[in-house]
Design a protein around this ligand. Sequence first.
Ligand code: ACO
Length: 376
Amino acid sequence: MTEGSSLIRGLEGVVAAETALCDLDGAHGRLAYGGYDIDELARQATFEEVAYLLWHGELPKAGQLDQFTIALIAARPIPDALAKTFALVPKKTDPMRVLQAAVAILGMDDPDATDNWRAANVRKATRLTSQMATAICAHHRIRQGQEPVPPARDLGHAANFLYMLTGQRPSSPAAKAFDASLTLYAEHELNASTFTTRVVTSTQSDMHSAVAAGVGALKGPLHGGAGEAVMHTLFEIGEVANVDRFSEQAVATKRRLMGFGHRVYKAGDPRAAILRGMAEEACRQSGQFKWYEMAVKLHERINAAKGLIPNVDFYSAPLFYSLGIPVDLFTPVIAAGRIAGWTANIIEQYEDNRLIRPRGDYVGPKRRAYVPLRSR
Ligand code: ACO
């Protein structure tokens, strides 16, 4: 190990890049993309505007948004070979594993696959954003023995996702809640999956390789996989009346509760506060209010007992569930939002790249002589 350097477990607090994408103020629980507060973006902007902001640094003017929307819609279809591959995948395969493979396959088909210049990367980011949404929905339909639903050209990105998933045009409150969720997940500085995409990019690999690696990192339950785990916790609790007993046991046994805690936010995750309001409304509309009530009670009990705050994945679980999203698609849905931020970080990394290569602190045996096989 280099003399004078010290080990920082989990790279906590280490600053590894300059970024103009996301301003994360953990102490005050504030978050902004490109200078715009997340609350305003979630309530007023569309996911398309947010993706444009992340890739270009400014919100689009009307004409720019029209052109960008046309490009996103044109990019929605996926290659036949990918749909055929979905039919070959064992039905029980985790959709995140399928998504990771799908991104790699999309890279085989992309005309700019190995071109890492900015214009090519923006084209690839546009295609990946649209194609990943179509791929997630097509795989889900195929695994259920249904035909994929072709994208609808007259629907926005979020509404089209729900349409391709269910075959039904979503209500406008459902489409708005889903659109805002994609915005809330779109970008979050150097979280584990985004850092992964930067590490891959730093070797001068390509965008599809970086995104496929990011999907793999997002899948884990300490990261994006937490949302699915939150819903399983709520299923385990079952009824509002069981929350107290469950919470006491969880605290007593030091159980790690998914959807609570955050590496950077200690006072509160601003995304969770927005999602809480959306979950309340969606659970009420869907007639499944008990999931919201259980989540609120669990939040209060765990916060009072351990001071832990709910993170972005806590209230998105009852929200997604009441929007009719299957539980094992919660993490792919997060990926469908985070693709905007992953690709923006990849573009930013290329613009000021240096190989990311930290050191390890060696704690193994001291130097020793090789022992031939016959003498061991
Ligand atoms: N449940 C119970 N205890 C917790 C939790 C939790 N969810 N989170 C942290 N703690 C406790 C730990 O047990 C530890 O206590 P100790 O010091 O007495 O041992 C202390 O808080 C610090 O925990 P760390 O794991 O060191 O905190 P770290 O910053 O490394 O972890 C993380 C952050 C991984 C998010 C953690 O809070 C966690 O595991 N949460 C559950 C998983 C989750 O919800 N992940 C989603 C994060 S948001 C996202 O990625 C989209």
